[in-house]
Design a protein around this ligand. Structure first.
Ligand code: GLN
Length: 460
């Protein structure tokens, strides 16, 4: 078994021709992943091989799962001390759909605590390392999932994306990462970070595998009122439609100050190649792009501060017994949350407090609307919008010590998150041996065109 190149497609072929059995696959992949993880720390826990042989379209396909997505009966830590011993009481909807399809959940992957970060260094259990250079970060917050797929420790994985957490690590690790439209995939059983942004999505070796996983996890769910009733297309069939005549917009703002010139060169070359495949490329402007990061870092901490209020030392996880109830709350939170989570609680409660609400939160909501309208306008004339996923290749562990420099990693991913539109990152070349990602954004619920464009580029 060549684990490094094992895709969902190849697993399905290998199992059906009898090249290997489900048990052999689970054993061999599990051993390899455990061994490799001593260097990379992509996983927080591993499952044991299962004797039971499953059926379904994804029968016995191993899937790694970010550790902020609940799998019933297993630990789900969100990489936080406060949930260190928390056992999930039910399956997330994305998990139950994969379970029905026959998938085997191989283990839980590392992340920034509660998905807050861009490097996986904020994990309470230690950073994940980049398989291309272990002195560098894997990106975040789904760094464990991306590193596991890139290193061959996993065939495919689930991540979550609030402001870039699927796309950024995919870019840094040289794999495919798709953030679906907000509402496309149920958030039920995903530990909430910022509820008007969060989405679960696939991290895979190929665009085809991303299409396969999306088709299974997508769709309306009565347990998530924001999941949408939009029809799910046959993504695998639509992959092959190509890009001839498709209109691709390239935003000027995505190639301005802040972008590493070497990354710009690689991404521009990829766009030229899409043009050579028959796409019609034109320059566009998304004038509010420069407000995306500040807007995101007003709105997201606001939602975070509300969502993490539930971790009070009583209902879940860590409980530090103190003399009275108030001290139990305070001590549990003080000991359970890391620095970045505490920073966001402080930021969020500040911008939501009376007297500041209008100036910060309400204003940021208005800017969010303007950013969305920039995209709406662009999509009147273009089918997809492309640019870099990240401003630089993977940086060194410990390099970004001030929070703002870490927040600026989201400069190209936050816009699609604020607008709620689908976006994928696919590998498009390297700079000094480190992968560079091409980001392709699409209209709301038009994952099919995003995937088809990505597939055409990947196959060329
Ligand atoms: N880096 C961003 C943040 O820290 C995105 C995180 C995410 O998408 N979960 O908020």
């Amino acid at each position: 078994m060549e684990l490094a190149n094992l895709t969902i497609k190849r697993v399905q072929a290998g199992l059906s021709t009898g090249e290997f059995t489900a048990t052999e696959l689970q054993q061999e992949l599990g051993d390899f992943a455990r061994q490799k993880d001593k260097d990379l720390h992509a996983f927080l826990s591993f499952s044991d091989p299962e004797a039971q042989i499953r059926e379904g379209s994804l029968a016995n396909v191993p899937i790694a799962v970010k550790d902020n997505i609940l799998i019933a009966g297993g630990k789900t830590t969100a990489a936080s001390k406060i949930l260190e011993n928390y056992v999930a009481p039910y399956d997330a909807t994305a998990i139950s759909r994969l379970r029905v399809a026959g998938a085997w959940f191989q283990g839980k992957t590392n992340l920034d605590e509660f998905a807050m970060g861009a490097s996986t260094e904020n994990s309470a259990f230690g950073a994940t390392r980049n398989p291309h250079d272990p002195t560098r970060v894997a990106g975040g917050s789904s760094g464990g999932s991306a590193a596991a797929v890139a290193s061959g420790q996993a065939v495919a994985a689930l991540g979550s994306d609030t402001g870039g957490s699927i796309r950024l690590p995919a870019s840094f690790c040289g794999v495919v990462g798709l953030k679906p439209t907000y509402g496309r995939v149920s958030r039920h059983g995903l530990i909430a970070m910022a509820s008007s942004f969060d989405q679960i999505g696939p991290i895979t070796k190929t665009v085809e595998d991303a299409a396969i996983l999306l088709a299974i996890i997508a769709g309306q769910d009565e347990l998530d009122a924001t999941s949408a009733l939009q029809p799910i297309e046959d993504y695998e069939v639509r992959l092959r439609e190509g890009v001839v005549g498709k209109r691709i917009g390239v935003p000027t703002e995505f190639f301005a100050e802040g972008l590493d010139p070497a990354v710009a060169k690689v991404v521009k070359k990829a766009i030229t190649e899409l043009e050579a495949l028959g796409a019609r490329v034109g320059e566009i402007t998304l004038p509010h792009t420069k407000y995306a990061v500040p807007t995101y870092y007003i709105l997201v901490p606001s939602e975070v501060s509300a969502n993490v209020a539930r971790y009070d030392g009583i209902k879940y996880g860590l409980s530090v017994q103190s003399e009275n109830l108030l001290d139990t709350y305070l001590d549990s939170r003080a000991q359970g949350f890391g620095a970045e989570v505490r920073r966001r609680i402080i930021l969020g409660t500040y911008v939501l407090s009376s007297g500041y609400f209008e100036a910060y939160y309400a204003k940021a909501q208005k800017v969010r609307r303007l950013i969305k309208e920039d995209f709406d306008k662009a999509f009147e004339n273009f089918d997809v919008i492309v640019g870099p996923t990240a401003p630089t290749p993977a940086f060194k562990i410990g390099e970004k010590s001030d929070p703002v420099s870490m927040y600026l990693q989201d400069i190209y991913t936050a816009p699609a998150s604020l607008a709620g539109i689908p976006a994928i990152s696919i590998p498009c070349g390297q700079v000094e041996g480190l992968p560079v990602g091409l980001q392709i954004m699409g209209r709301q619920f038009d994952e099919a065109t995003v995937l088809a464009t990505a597939y055409a580029y990947e196959q060329r």
